[in-house]
Design a protein around this ligand. Structure first.
Ligand code: PLP
Length: 487
């Protein structure tokens, strides 16, 4: 029998038996590569059995367990019951599929255990290189700043905070928003993600200061309504300061008229932030990029590499045109964070000056590997392909009498339903059936009070075969539900 590694806490946490650690590490690597290679043979998702859930209710282990035994637990109790977004049949919410170089990079990053809050080391140069790439993607100047964060919810919050500094001055950091005399107001559309309102809440500006402007038939912000809302606020004594546009709305993937928003923001003197959680990186897909025209004029852009760019979770990002204002929003002098001209503490600007996190992992490495190994053209091609698959699904829905489309297909999201009485309840059941079947996993949303089966094609592994399976299974589960109701 092979030896399993022993870790001896008395002399630190490293094993003295490196050969066994290495053998076990290779087994773990093989198992996870097998998982990805054979992902199609697994259910997309499966309900968690009671005994598996109960496995995670035990207390903290006081005593050691073999690494091999813990890995075995992982294989039995964790790996089979993950979200499933690695699987090509996963179409719920907006989840990227991950990629193998990114996964391997994550292991390397954990080995380095670098803290990217600050100091002078190359991991920070890697993050800076990605900042430079993102500047180039969007035509931002050299003086623009960027930062990895968890996701776009956090990136939008940072964007709102920088906009708040622009409107109220850096004094707001000391005296708070309540001390100012100005009542400031922000604008977004009814199709915006909920984290925009949350950012207003968390920044102390309050959700009541956010005007939610109606959309047109394509779910793009109505620019005339926006202009009227701004004028009404000015008459009422408010100072409008921010407009948040969306590149890829969460419900249907609509892209606001970003050029129109940019012009309006410029005219009105507003900060123009783009929530490009998943849509912004369509800048890498040549035939979709023109639809983002105007994004290059934004003051700040929030985006996620973990969505369309397939970087393993999590890898959110904020880009700010005015790097000085960005730093002025977050940098705080502290004796223990003193900058030096030489040594490990060298460097004037540290990432911790650009956001609230002082301890920061090496998210940049998995992003760097993903882009280096695949190249921007391949990532752009994945984005184009998922949009083509969405159009394929749209055609299939239109050609299937039992189904109806509920929203225009703007990018890679298709909202449809099975026709029938009490359709909201019926379609909610169908989606649960689909998920529990393990065949495909779409999610739901509401479109004009109608519950939609929402298929967001994000995963680079998804193919026409998965779209066909979605259609066939939806019709089959719909038919069965109707039969059950009639029985
Ligand atoms: C348009 C939009 N904004 C923001 C978010 C939130 O992003 P995250 O989940 O990375 O925080 C999402 C998530 O899907 C989104 O689609």
């Amino acid at each position: 029998m092979e030896k399993t590694p022993h870790f001896n806490a008395v002399s630190g946490l490293d094993s003295s038996d490196w050969q066994s650690v290495r053998a076990q590490g290779h087994r773990m690597l093989d198992d996870i590569l097998d998982y990805v290679e054979h992902i199609r043979e697994r259910p997309v998702w499966q309900p968690i059995p009671d005994d598996v859930r109960a496995h995670f209710s035990t207390g903290a282990p006081a005593h050691p367990t073999d690494l091999a035994a813990v890995h075995d637990e992982f294989m039995r109790y964790i790996l089979p019951y993950a979200t499933g977004n690695t699987h090509p049949g996963f179409m719920g919410w907006v989840h990227g599929g991950g990629n193998v170089p990114g996964m391997l990079a994550e292991m390397l990053a954990a080995g380095l255990n670098a803290n990217l809050g600050g100091r002078d080391h190359v991991p920070i140069e890697v993050e800076r290189q990605i900042v430079q790439w993102v500047r180039q993607f969007f035509g931002f100047p050299e003086t623009a700043s960027g930062l990895f964060v968890t996701g776009t919810s956090m990136a939008n919050l940072l964007g709102v905070l920088v906009a708040r500094t622009a409107a109220l001055g850096v004094g707001v950091r000391r005296y708070g928003v309540a001390a100012g005399q100005q009542r400031i107001s922000a604008y977004t559309s009814t199709a915006a993600h909920g984290c925009v309102a949350q950012a207003m809440d968390l920044s102390g500006l309050g959700t009541g200061s956010l005007r939610v402007v109606p959309t047109n038939g394509l779910q793009q912000i109505d620019l005339d309504a926006l202009e009227r809302a701004i004028a009404a606020d000015r008459r009422a004594g408010f100072t409008p300061f921010l407009v948040v546009g969306t590149a890829g709305t969460v419900d249907i993937g609509a892209i606001d008229d970003l050029a129109g928003l940019a012009r309006l923001a410029h005219r009105e003197g507003l900060w123009f932030h783009v929530d490009g959680a998943y849509g912004a990186l369509a800048i890498l897909a040549p035939e979709i990029a023109p639809r983002l025209a105007g994004i290059e004029c934004a003051d700040s852009i929030a985006l996620d590499f973990h969505k369309w760019a397939q970087v393993p979770y999590d890898a959110g990002f904020i880009l700010v045109r005015d790097g000085t204002l960005h730093r002025d929003t977050f940098a705080s002098p502290a004796a223990y964070l003193r900058r030096e001209t030489r040594g490990l503490a060298a460097g004037a600007l540290w990432p911790c000056d650009l956001g609230p996190d002082l301890s920061r992992g090496f998210r940049a490495l998995k992003t760097w590997f993903t882009f280096k190994v695949h190249g921007t053209a391949a990532i752009g091609a994945v984005i184009s392909r998922t949009c083509a698959l969405a159009r394929y699904l749209e055609r299939k829905v239109n050609a299937t009498p039992e189904l109806e489309l509920l929203a225009p297909v703007a990018l890679n999201i298709v909202c449809f339903r099975y026709r029938g009485d009490d359709a909201n309840r019926l379609n909610a059941k169908i989606v649960a059936d689909l998920q529990e079947s393990g065949i495909v996993a779409p999610s739901t949303t509401m479109i004009n009070d109608r519950l939609a089966i929402r298929a967001a094609i994000v995963n680079h592994r998804t193919s026409e075969r998965d779209i066909d399976a979605l259609i066939t299974a939806t019709v089959a589960f719909g038919d069965t539900q109707l039969q059950n109701c009639a029985a």
